[in-house]
Design a binder for this molecule. Structure first.
Ligand SMILES: C[S@@+](CC[C@H](N)C(=O)[O-])C[C@H]1O[C@@H](n2cnc3c(N)ncnc32)[C@H](O)[C@@H]1O
Length: 259
């Protein structure tokens, strides 16, 4: 890490005490961590290209919106981009002045990101959202883009995000969500026929893109995510729909009282 890079982040012990019994019987779960990690390792070389093709570049606008909502660096100016993958969001935050730690369990995704986007304000750390390797109150901002959907225990991950945020720190979650009824039928057709075919053709990994569609459909709606965030200790929770609710950015503040 260079002098202008992010300050050191202390390791925190894994929170095994919170291991839910259902996790031990979760090997067949769609979000089983080892399988998810292996899947992202395999799709990593074509991940950025497919993102552009499948969204027609719209994901870039959504990420720009996220960056605007993140605002200028506050506090120590240290951000965590969780499930940061190839560092797309982190690079935007770094360009806006944040020192960013990208955290992701897929070494393949991060290796691709380091090749394309490494910079003095970016640092890369392997880790799982359910048990973050950072001390309490480390960050002033936590972002997670298209990541929460892939986590087995999402509420535990949200509690971890609240834990590693400094009191008053902000969390922003960009994720696919529940579209408005007006566009739901057309979007459903694209999900069923377009995404798996395009994904298979470009990445050669049809399974990964079937998983993408299934995980989008299974992810809870906007108001459920609001309730989860509130339970995890966030206050001032709200969301903005993007493109009629195909995606949404949820934001919350780590309450000062919880510290
Ligand atoms: C769809 S990609 C999003 C990458 C990046 N945030 C973006 O918007 O382009 C999902 C990322 O979530 C990561 N991921 C999957 N399971 C995770 C977990 N349990 N904890 C943290 N990240 C996870 C994957 O490795 C992958 O890089």
């Amino acid at each position: 890490m260079t002098a202008s890079g992010p300050p050191p982040v202390d390791g925190a012990p894994a929170a095994d005490a919170h291991q839910a019994p259902s996790r031990r019987a979760a090997e067949d779960h769609p979000q089983e961590p080892r399988r998810i990690r292996a899947m992202f390792d395999v799709v990593a070389p074509r991940y950025d290209l497919l993102n552009d093709l499948m969204s027609g570049g719209v994901h870039r606008l959504w990420k720009r919106r996220l960056r605007r909502m993140a605002g200028r660096p506050r506090g120590r100016g240290l951000a965590l981009d969780l499930a940061g993958g190839t560092g797309d969001i982190a690079a935007q935050l770094a360009a806006g002045g944040w020192a960013v730690v990208v955290c992701d369990p897929s070494e393949g995704m991060m290796a691709k990101g380091r090749d394309r986007r490494a910079g003095p304000r970016m640092r890369w750390v392997g880790g799982d959202a359910e048990s973050l390797p950072f001390a309490d109150g480390t960050f002033d901002l936590v972002t997670i883009g298209f990541g929460l959907r892939n986590v087995l225990d999402r509420e535990r991950a949200l509690a971890e995000m609240a834990r590693v945020l400094a009191p008053g720190g902000r969390m922003l979650c960009l994720e696919f969500s529940r579209p408005a009824p007006l566009i739901a039928p057309a979007y459903g057709l694209w999900q069923t026929h377009g995404i798996p075919r395009l994904g298979a053709a470009v990445s050669g990994q049809p399974e990964a893109y079937r998983y993408l569609v299934d995980s989008i459909r299974a992810f809870p709606d906007q108001t459920t995510l609001v309730a989860w965030m509130q339970r995890a200790g966030f206050v001032d929770v709200s969301y903005r729909n993007l493109f009629f609710g195909i995606a949404a950015i949820h934001g919350g503040t780590r309450s000062v009282e919880a510290s």
